[in-house]
Design a protein around this ligand. Structure first.
Ligand code: RP5
Length: 162
């Protein structure tokens, strides 16, 4: 199976990345985690993107906050699917990072999830890999059923209590 690359702009983004890691582990998808910054370590970020396909990656998650250029900088150097996670910063509650990540120019797409959306970033990568992987697609179907059952259980519980 192809690996998912996970890059965060700073170790302060780790809580968001942890949500992605948890999902990938649960689905038994191989992954690799790095801290590369579009601004502080641009050469390393570029090299990772340029070599990602030949290094066995099938999709790349990028998490960054504030002037969040990481996902765009990675997407500029690979045609693998790039999923951007805007992270909350100290000022605008993540709106700055959301706009920096989502507003990509035509030709260089970044699939942007919600602010702090680490779990959905991982699930989107899983769905991309599952296009060519029936076993993974079956796991995703099963997870949807389990998640729906959990909601219906809460429905039953709330109906009884109130
Ligand atoms: C971004 O700046 C990082 O992705 C992080 O979200 C934010 C703040 O970084 P630190 O100053 O905490 O290292 O590049």
């Amino acid at each position: 199976m192809k690996k998912v690359g996970i890059i965060m702009g700073s170790d302060s983004d780790l809580p968001v990345i942890q949500k992605a890691v948890d999902q990938l582990k649960a689905l038994e998808i191989p992954f690799e985690v790095h801290i590369y910054s579009a601004h502080r370590t641009p050469e390393q970020a570029r090299d990772f993107a340029l070599c990602a396909r030949e290094n066995g990656f099938g999709a790349i998650i990028c998490a960054a906050g504030m002037a969040a250029h990481l996902a765009g900088a990675i997407a500029a150097n690979t045609t693998l699917p790039v999923v951007g996670i805007p992270c909350k910063g100290p000022l605008l509650d993540g709106l700055d990072a959301l706009l920096s990540t989502v507003q990509m120019p035509t030709g260089i797409p970044v699939a942007t999830v919600a602010v702090g959306g680490g779990a959905n970033a991982a699930l989107l990568c899983a769905q991309i890999l599952a296009v060519e992987d029936a076993a993974l697609a079956a796991k995703l179907d099963e997870k949807r059923k389990t998640d729906a059952a959990a909601v219906l259980e809460k429905d039953r519980s709330v109906s009884e209590r109130l």
